[in-house]
Design a binder for this molecule. Structure first.
Ligand code: AMP
Ligand code: ZN
Length: 666
């Protein structure tokens, strides 16, 4: 047998044994035999570098070192999941989705693995890329590290499609986690906190050989791609399994929310026998076409929902209540607790939300309180153990003056939060607003961190974000922890921010209630800051999805002479305060004021592109047919109840070609 043949034979054998061991938990040879074969292959590969293969089983041991992980834009956004906690939540969800899709709905129930989400891309059966979720739009390329995870197949088997993405969770099973910690104890090192953070931390290690030593696993749950030929979620799990992925077999196909609840009840107990951490169940509409019909909200799919297992609780003592002032001036009361272990972390503080919450709980300093923590959520105080209340305890009086600047607090009718109205003179507000301005999703100013901002404000060098653009090197260098190079970086980062597109600048301004999505809407509609600042409240409210609260806040913001001055200065410094020519391209008002429903399957254009076209032309996409619907763009397989509704309301139905003609796109 020639060397190449032998190499290929060994690679294939090792792949099968690897799959048997790490994916199926069912090895058919001893570890010793496996090692012998691996060593033989390694030796041959060294002798014959011409047969190198990045996906060879020998590459699992790592060795590649990554200094900076490349940022990769996800082809399909990685969404988060909405949560539910009760039977009622699930029933509400079902009611909502039943309004939007036709026919019976089946659900797949899967466990919600608690680790780090991961997207793997395969082409022609080979692992091409592994990317972290990041902010959902962009993540880090961690391929070198993920390759070392034995349950991630480098070569697929069976009838896989030529190109697809598959998503899953990288978890660290308890066993492995405990072993890692035993070693830390032996070395006198600080312990890892919990498996989840350790798993996600592992992915960002620079040395992949280190990652290879960690017993990580990858559990898969979602396939994405064009024309994959899969029709249901359940089928996709089976396919993934057949191609060689590790897909836990706890998943179940059910026909009703009652059956979902049975699944939840079973696993709420049984999960304690699983080798890795789970924090709930994910329920997904099984039919992929129904999933398409349901689509996504700004954050999560409408076709899926997480059901969180009840969180762990402990009790501890409330030491004091302090008050934080946020960047919008909102006051948040914080409970300072006697530190207590809870769900693998030490809890010292918990949010008390607002004055109403304090009153409702009747919580007092010195009380023994119940604390709960679930997943990433900040710990929550559930209530007070009144049996342990001291006779000397006094009711909590909410503060009436700002703890930072002494200004009297206000509370608007119908609002839960107290505010410090000293917008331009209260330090945490000033600092918070500038920190928001420079943050990654806003102006993304490299070289300038939150602490430096606080220092610049406290030193009196800046009072608002427009002052950033006038900072000089001479002013910065004397600051703590600043040197020639860091000062240059900082100024460079600030200068570069003048390239950030208008909608992000609008978000960066930190106008209350103007988040990313609203900023995009306003930028698209008005196209420049001048147009927005001269809009009346009435006009603003007429813009799609802009309510009274947002409109009032925008009016308030631009009503302030100080803010207007700041904007003028930003303009002088070259910050983008209108849409660029590029952004304006393809934007028309052809569908202004029209609400359009998109349904069915299309031939010449993807549903996402179709929706984008509607929005680019000023129209609004809605998912259900009503008397407000201007027309429907229907592809093949429009559902019978939608059809019936359209007939009853006599709504115009266009096919994709008629629609494209209407907007003169073809
Ligand atoms: P959250 O981070 O709480 O919004 O929950 C969403 C995350 O749950 C997703 O990004 C996934 O990483 C994770 N997840 C874990 N198990 C599953 C599953 N079976 N299906 C979908 N998502 C899951
Ligand atoms: Zn204040």
């Amino acid at each position: 047998m020639g060397a190449e043949q032998k190499i290929n034979q060994l690679r294939n054998e090792l792949r099968v044994h690897n799959h048997n061991y790490y994916v199926l938990d069912n090895p058919t040879i001893s570890d010793y035999e496996f090692d012998l074969k691996l060593k033989e292959l390694q030796a041959l590969e060294v002798q014959h570098p011409e047969f190198f293969d990045a996906n060879s089983p020998t590459q699992r041991v790592g060795g590649e070192v990554t200094k900076n992980f490349e940022t990769v834009t996800h082809e399909f956004r990685m969404y988060s999941l909405d949560n539910s906690y009760s039977k009622e939540d699930l029933q509400d969800w079902e009611t909502r989705i039943k309004k939007l899709v036709d026919g019976d709905i089946q659900y797949t129930c899967e466990l919600k693995y608690d680790g780090a989400s991961m997207s793997l891309t395969y082409e022609n059966g080979l692992l091409q890329r592994a990317v972290t979720r990041g902010d959902g739009f962009q993540g880090d390329n961690v391929t070198a590290n993920v390759k070392t995870i034995r349950s991630v197949p480098l070569h697929l088997k069976g009838d896989y499609p030529p190109k697809f993405e598959i998503r899953g969770e990288i978890v660290l099973p308890f066993d492995g986690f405990n072993k890692m910690n035993e070693e830390r104890i032996a070395n006198g090192e600080e312990l890892y906190r919990n498996p989840r953070n350790t798993a996600s931390g592992s992915l960002k290690l620079q040395d992949s050989a280190e990652v290879a030593k960690r017993p990580l696993e990858c559990l898969l749950y979602n396939i994405k791609g064009q024309n994959i030929g899969i029709r249901t979620q359940y089928e996709s799990l089976e396919k993934a399994r057949a191609w060689g992925f590790k897909v836990p077999d706890a998943s179940k196909l059910v026909n009703s929310i009652d059956e979902v609840l049975n699944f939840v009840a079973y696993w709420d107990v049984e999960r304690h026998n699983l080798p890795y951490e789970t924090d709930g169940v994910v329920i997904k509409v099984n039919d992929l076409q129904q999933q398409e019909e349901l689509g996504y909200t700004a954050k999560a799919p409408r076709w899926a929902i997480a059901y969180k297992f009840k969180a762990e609780q402990v009790s501890t003592k409330l030491k004091s209540i302090t008050y934080q002032v946020g960047r919008t001036g909102a006051i948040t009361p914080v409970a300072n607790l006697v530190p207590v272990e809870l769900a693998g972390t030490t809890v010292k503080r918990a949010s008390l939300h607002n004055a109403d919450q304090i009153e409702k709980l009747d919580i007092r300093v010195g009380d023994e309180v119940y604390v709960e923590k679930g997943g990433e959520i900040i710990p929550k105080i559930l209530g007070v153990d009144l049996s342990k209340r001291l006779e000397t305890s006094e009711a909590t009086n909410y503060i009436t003056f700002c703890p930072e600047c002494g200004t009297e607090l206000i509370r608007k009718d119908g609002e839960a939060q107290h505010y410090c109205p000293n917008y331009n003179g209260c330090n945490p507000q000033i600092i918070g607003r500038i920190q928001h301005y420079i943050s990654r999703k806003a102006m993304d100013i490299d070289g300038l961190g939150g602490e430096t901002v606080a220092m610049l404000v406290n030193e009196g060098l800046i009072k608002n974000y427009s002052d950033l653009y006038e900072l000089t090197k001479e002013q910065i260098i004397p600051l703590e922890r600043m040197a020639e190079k860091s000062a240059d970086n900082l100024l460079d980062g600030i200068a570069k921010s003048t390239q950030i597109p208008f909608e992000r600048v609008l978000f960066a301004l930190g106008i209350r209630y103007v988040g990313e999505t609203v900023a995009k809407k306003l930028a698209k509609h008005y196209k420049s800051i001048d147009a927005i600042s001269s809009a009346t409240e009435e006009e603003l409210v007429n813009v799609d999805e802009i309510g009274v609260k947002i409109a009032e806040s925008v009016i308030d913001f631009f009503g302030s002479p100080e803010n207007r001055l700041i904007i003028e200065r930003l303009k002088q410094f070259g910050v983008q305060l209108e849409l660029s020519a590029e952004a304006l391209e393809g934007q028309t008002n052809k569908l202004e004021g029209q609400t359009i429903v998109v349904t069915g399957v299309f031939e010449s254009i993807s549903r996402t592109d179709l929706k984008k076209l509607i929005e680019d032309n000023g129209g609004k996409v809605s998912s259900s047919i009503s008397s407000k619907t201007s027309f429907i763009v229907a592809g093949a397989n429009m559902g019978p109840s939608k059809k019936e509704k359209a007939e009853k309301l006599q709504t115009t139905i266009l096919n994709e070609y008629e629609f494209l003609q209407k907007i003169e796109y073809m």
